[in-house]
Design a protein around this ligand. Structure first.
Ligand SMILES: C[S@@+](CC[C@H](N)C(=O)[O-])C[C@H]1O[C@@H](n2cnc3c(N)ncnc32)[C@H](O)[C@@H]1O
Length: 282
């Protein structure tokens, strides 16, 4: 039977909703638009358009994956962050809108006179933080470190796609190990979820995102301790460090920085008024 756009999307939205997907209709529309190589406006412009058998089968396959709670970004293969398009997949953390708070924090510091010509991103993942900053700070160069070689490969592809490969370097390894240079800015969104919280997360996260990008030890703070205790020799004098933190962790991460001799420790809220970043100076 010939399927129209509108009918296929409505049926898929019902199926996704029954599978517990929030925003089921939006996701069904996005997956349809992707198959038609169009944008979601096509659903309103041509609701009665007939799908070919091949288009309908591809749409059904995509909906089956989403019904198993695979993240929509994995099915589409990319995700928008800071208005840029990033390749993503099972080897990297899906960039989160909350992480744009870190970009805003850095750009505000730069606007207030902080010089930033070199950036070190510890736990670079897809490269969303480092590459977004490099797209804004035109004379800066950046180094991205990750313990996952698969993540590094994706970050390299994203740097190429965004035309930033000449200003980036990527290194496979453990935080600051083996890094000889010093930087004006260090950023990090390290794994920060306490190990015992993983079971309570949405299937999209716990079943499809790399656990090594999520778990920050028993209390979620292990990576902050490791980085704070080793990063100072990699920072120029009066250079800036900005961490993303999990909800409720800002006080503890501020204490860690203060107790290690960092100055002007400040906290920054995201759009939901949650303290999302902690910054300090070396
Ligand atoms: C929460 S993800 C953040 C990814 C990306 N920066 C973002 O904001 O979307 C944390 C990243 O840290 C990396 N990571 C975890 N432990 C690490 C370590 N000891 N050394 C280097 N990278 C590490 C993980 O592989 C992961 O890519």
């Amino acid at each position: 039977m010939v399927q129209t756009l509108q009918k296929a999307v409505s049926e898929a939205a019902k199926l996704l909703s029954g599978a517990g997907v929030t925003g089921a209709r939006r996701d069904a529309a996005l997956l349809m638009a992707n198959i038609l190589e169009s944008d979601v406006g096509i659903l309103y412009l041509e609701p009665d358009r007939s799908l070919t058998n091949a288009q309908y089968s591809s749409f059904q396959r995509a909906i089956e994956r989403r019904a198993l709670r695979e993240p929509i970004s994995h099915i589409l293969g990319h995700r928008e962050f800071w208005s840029l398009d990033f390749l993503v997949g099972p080897d990297v953390l899906d960039p989160r809108p909350d992480s744009e708070t870190l970009i805003e924090t850095v750009l505000m510091a730069q606007k207030s006179g902080q010089e930033i010509t070199s950036i070190l991103d510890l736990g670079v993942g897809s490269g969303c933080l480092l590459l977004s900053l490099l797209s804004e700070i035109e004379n800066a160069r950046g180094t991205g470190v990750d313990q996952s070689q698969a993540a590094i490969e994706i970050a390299i592809q994203n740097a190429r796609r965004l035309g930033l490969e000449d200003r980036t370097k990527f290194q496979h390894g453990n935080w600051c190990d083996g890094i000889g240079e010093t930087f004006d800015l260090v950023i990090s969104n390290p794994p920060y979820i306490p190990a015992s919280d993983i079971e309570g997360l949405q299937p999209e996260v716990k079943d499809f995102e790399p656990l090594s990008a999520l778990i920050g030890g028993e209390d979620g703070l292990d990576c902050y301790r490791d980085i704070v205790s080793s990063v100072k020799p990699r920072m120029n004098s009066n250079s800036l460090i900005v961490f993303e933190v999990g909800a409720g962790q800002a006080q503890q991460v501020s204490d860690l920085l203060e107790n290690s001799g960092f100055s002007d420790v400040s906290r920054h809220k995201d759009l939901a008024e949650i303290e999302r970043c902690v910054s300090a100076f070396s």
